[in-house]
Design a protein around this ligand. Structure first.
Ligand code: SF4
Ligand code: SF4
Length: 280
């Protein structure tokens, strides 16, 4: 018996919406009993694409977070009904039975991830099924994973140590979208956006970008050093939210500068002008 999961690598996601469209193509207008009935035309996002804007002009970053049902192992949705209308299959897929769940709108509020949608016409709650109807026919991955042109959606058998997903799960920094819910999701992520600190360094006397300046960030028990590129830009990514850090900028022949920063939000220090050192 397989044990299915998915890893979504946000560093590879370009926000093309192919996964969303593939899901629509598979499920809109198509019934797959007893797994799911057809998705309605409007207001259902079994694969949502969350767009997260970070920073502010002129340093802005846009991240895309594809978000299906997490197929949690400790899923509160499966506890939310008396008649077992939401259940976990032995392969880990969480299914809402389209017959048994009829009229049970309260199932929507059982999911803290908010990935269950109401079908007014059919009077049923619906969500991502991991395309279980296809897996049951021998498909190796669901439609959304198959449609992703960058390979950002990696699907597979977590119980098979030789599967690609098992190797990535073990070898890379795989994260949970909302660890605070403590639901043991089977959909995990790589590259969930954190905070960044960035800036642009210039030589004041030469009115030029300061390439190869040494920039050191310290704080939260960490010390990282980077060099500015040929535009004088530097950046520290993947920083904890709400941390206190010090950024020190140095270049030989110029007076060093230090800045205190707080990462409640992303930080762009703007233009940093290095002045000639007075030391001989
Ligand atoms: S994400 Fe929500 S709907 Fe999906 S299994 Fe977890 S609790 Fe249930
Ligand atoms: S696994 Fe299937 S149902 Fe779930 S989001 Fe992908 S295409 Fe849609």
């Amino acid at each position: 018996m397989s044990s299915y999961g998915m890893i979504i690598d946000l560093n590879k996601c370009s926000g093309c919406y192919n996964c969303f469209l593939a899901c629509r193509d598979e499920h809109y207008g198509n019934d797959f009993p007893p797994i799911a009935l057809a998705q309605p035309f409007k207001n259902h996002f079994w694969m949502q694409i969350i767009e997260r804007e970070r920073g502010k002009y002129p340093k802005v970053k846009l991240s895309f977070i594809p978000k299906p049902c997490m197929h949690c192992d400790d899923a509160p949705c499966t506890q939310s009904t008396a008649n077992g209308s939401v259940y976990k299959r032995p392969d880990g897929v969480v299914i809402i039975d389209p017959e048994k769940s009829r009229g049970q709108k309260e199932i929507l509020s059982s999911c803290p991830h908010r990935v269950i949608f109401w079908n007014d016409e059919k009077n049923i709650p619906q969500k991502c099924t991991l395309c279980a109807h296809l897996l049951d026919q021998g498909w190796k991955e669901p439609r959304c994973a198959e449609a992703c042109p960058t390979g950002a959606l990696l699907f597979g058998d977590l119980d098979d140590p030789a599967s690609e997903i098992s190797k990535v799960w073990k070898s890379q920094k795989v994260e949970t979208l909302h660890p605070e819910f403590e639901l043991q999701p089977r959909v995990k992520y790589i590259g969930i956006p954190k905070r960044f600190v960035a800036g642009t360094v210039y030589f004041k006397d030469r009115d030029e970008c300061a390439e190869n300046a040494r920039v050191t960030l310290t704080g939260k028990g960490k010390k990282q050093t980077v060099r500015t590129d040929n535009f004088g830009d530097f950046e520290f990514e993947d920083l904890a939210a709400d941390g206190d850090f010090t950024v020190k900028v140095e270049h030989s022949g110029y007076a060093p500068q230090s800045f205190k920063v707080q990462t409640k939000l992303d930080v762009y220090l703007g233009d940093i002008l290095l002045k000639r050192s007075s030391k001989k």
